[in-house]
Every structure is written in C-alpha cells, then in structure tokens.
Design a protein around this ligand. Structure first.
Ligand code: AKG
Ligand code: FE2
Length: 291
C-alpha cells in the first residue's frame, strides 16, 4: 500500500518536473493574475509559428487538437502557469500533466464583425457567480491559487485596445456581492441596473500577434465587436481545469488523441484521482478518456 501511495502522489521535496523551455510562473505574473483575474504574456510565439498557425485557422481549423496548432495545448510558456494555478504539485509527474484540457475552439472575426452573431458571450458573464462556493470558482488558500475553469486565448493577429479584444472587470473573480440583477445566481450581468457602469469599468489589452492571454472564468468578461479595421481577430480559445473537475463535455475522438505524444494525451485522461491501480491516473487510453 505504501508503495502504491508513493507512486500516486509525488513527494513535495522532489523538484518540480519541468520539460525544456518550461518556466515557473513568475511572482509578478502571480501577483497580477490574482489581483485582476487575467494575465497577458505578449509575443510568446515565433514569426514562423504564427504564420503556420494562422494559415491553419484561416484554412478552416475549428479547434487546436491537430496540425501545428496542437503545440498550443501544452506550449512551454503555458505549462508553468497552469501548474501554478490549476494543479496540486504532488500530482504533477514527468509523464503526465497536473491539469486537463477540456475544450478548444478557434475564431476568425473580420473587421466589422459584430456580437449580433454571438450574443451569448457579449453580455459580461462568468462560469458561475463567484459569490458562492462551487467547483469552478477562483480560490486562494495557503498561499496557493486554484483558478477553477481557466480560459487560455492565443491571439494570432494584433489586438488593439478598444477595438474588439476580450474585456474584463478586473478583480470581479473575488467579488462578494452580486451584480444587482434580479437573480443572484445568474452567471451574467443582464438586467443589472448598473450594467452600463460595469461595462464602463471593463478593461482590455493591446498585444502583438502570438500573445497569450490567461483568465479565470470567474472574472466577469465579454466578447466585443471587432472594429479594428487593419486585421481580423484570429484566435484560439482553449479551456483547462483541475484533473478532478470538469465543466465541458469533451467530444474529442480517440483517433485524434491517440496520434498525440503520450504526455500531451494525458491532458485528455479521465477525471478522477485514486483507485485505478498502481501509479494513479496518469495515462490516457481509450478506456480512460475524458467523456
Ligand atoms: O469572445 C471573447 O472575446 C470571449 C469569449 C468568452 O467569453 C470565453 O472565452 O469564455
Ligand atoms: Fe466566457
């Protein structure tokens, strides 16, 4: 029994397994992510990566599970941050990630694109209101962040502030009071008497192509009209979660996952921790897939 436990849970005195290029989240990134609920890493991808990935999205790629886009799933610039905000370090191993990927979509928004075609997320919203305990909620305890459902956006074209990037009500992932609407459990600010004031306080960002934006889905955020006349928005939206929690149904075929490198496959393993035999839940297989 002792032997099994040793394999299932990494000792905290063992060094964090980091692959080449992976870095720990910096104290500055941690400070601002905790304060605002989102963090931007500008210019993460190389020119050639950006060109290849943009070509794939413009050619019709609907998600980033295949092609060069697949490298975004566990990009070295992302892994250290997700380790910090989504993983228990005792469950991070050399052969599997300590977090899961549960959704990926791409978007192309041409100049003039309007939220009329995507009204749902144009209303400032969250996964679940953060004022009550729930498994998707942003938490900090014992000096440790757990960001709940986390969204990662790769901007493959330039984004200019005020011209259509995602907007955030910074700090709202830690709000204690609801948004003033009739239903405190509603996950958006619709019918709030303060709707315009809330929208007026929302922030966005400018960034070059190849930038990485990470936010907790507990921070109020919204989709905006793309008014930038110079280029479309071309972005990949991926969602991550704890290895023990799930929001999205994955609907990703085994044929796609089995072609990935084994460690990347572990992003799609089943959502459970203990009881599957020695070693715990580390390997993806047809029988151990996120449903
Ligand atoms: O379209 C956007 O800019 C934001 C989308 C959104 O609401 C999300 O990723 O959760
Ligand atoms: Fe959203």
């Amino acid at each position: 029994m002792k032997q099994i436990m040793q394999k299932e849970i990494r000792h905290s005195n063992e060094p964090m397994p980091l692959a080449p290029g992976e870095k720990l989240m910096t104290p500055e990134q941690k400070f601002f992510f905790d304060l605002r609920g989102w963090v931007l890493l500008p210019s993460v991808l190389s020119e050639s990566e950006i060109e290849e990935m943009k070509t794939e999205v413009y050619a019709g790629a609907r998600h980033c599970y295949e092609g060069t886009l697949q490298n975004l799933l566990d990009h070295p610039a992302l892994v250290g941050i997700l380790n910090e905000i989504l993983a228990d370090e005792r469950f991070i191993f050399d052969d599997c990630y300590g977090f899961r990927c549960e959704n990926s979509i791409t978007t192309v928004r041409k100049p003039g694109w309007s939220t009329h075609s995507d009204r749902g997320t144009a209303v400032p919203h969250v996964v679940r209101p953060p004022q009550q305990a729930n498994a998707m909620r942003y938490q900090v305890a014992g000096g440790k962040i757990f960001a709940g459902l986390t969204r990662v956006i790769w901007e493959l074209e330039e984004v200019k502030a005020g011209q259509g990037g995602t907007t955030f009500l910074s700090g709202s992932h830690k709000a204690h009071f609801n948004y003033g609407g009739p239903d405190p459990n509603r996950p958006n600010i619709s019918e709030s008497p303060w709707e315009e004031n809330i929208k007026g306080m929302m922030e966005d960002y400018s960034c070059p192509p190849g930038s990485l934006l990470i936010f907790t889905e507990s921070v109020i955020h919204a989709t905006n009209n793309w008014t930038n006349p110079d280029n479309p928005r071309c972005a990949v939206f991926n969602c991550y979660n704890s290895i023990w929690a799930q929001w999205f149904r994955l609907n990703l075929s085994h044929e796609i996952i089995e072609k990935m490198p084994p460690k990347r496959q572990s992003l799609f393993r089943g959502t459970w921790a203990i009881g599957g035999g020695p070693g715990g839940n580390r390997q993806y297989s047809l029988d151990n897939a996120t449903k």
